[in-house]
Write a protein that binds this ligand. Structure first.
Ligand SMILES: [Cu+2]
Length: 124
């Protein structure tokens, strides 16, 4: 269960290193606390479980089958509030969503540690 936190910590360290290396060219606000390094660490024990939460749509990239969502804290996963990418295999899920909108959504974590959006609907 603490894998996520370890990944986060590593991501922060990597981000800081990258920031230090590219300090002069990094645009302000470019640092997003994402799970870009999820791909490194399989989380099989969580692979088949679905999670329900809410969040705010930050960007929609249907052509990449991806959306950035700032999700609420998810105590079950020990995830803090975070803006992170979700893979969206069914890009039609994004049709009803708008950037800036608050949504209820469900997702799962695949065997590669990626977060997969399963359902999403604007919050009533
Ligand atoms: Cu997260």
């Amino acid at each position: 269960m603490d894998t996520h936190h370890l990944i986060l910590r590593r991501a922060v360290v990597l981000s800081l290193s990258a920031l230090a290396l590219s300090f002069s060219i990094a645009p302000a606000g470019a640092q997003i606390n994402s799970h870009a390094n999820h791909d490194c660490c399989p989380q099989q024990q969580q692979a088949e479980k679905n999670y329900s939460t809410s969040g705010v749509v930050k960007s929609l990239q249907p052509e990449k089958k991806r959306a950035m969502i700032e999700h609420d804290a998810i105590p079950e996963l020990k995830w803090p509030v975070m803006n992170m990418p979700f893979e969206v295999p069914d890009a039609t899920l994004l049709n009803d969503l708008k950037v800036g909108a608050r949504i209820d959504f469900t997702f799962k974590i695949d065997a590669n540690g990626r977060s997969i959006l399963l359902t999403a609907k604007p919050k009533g």
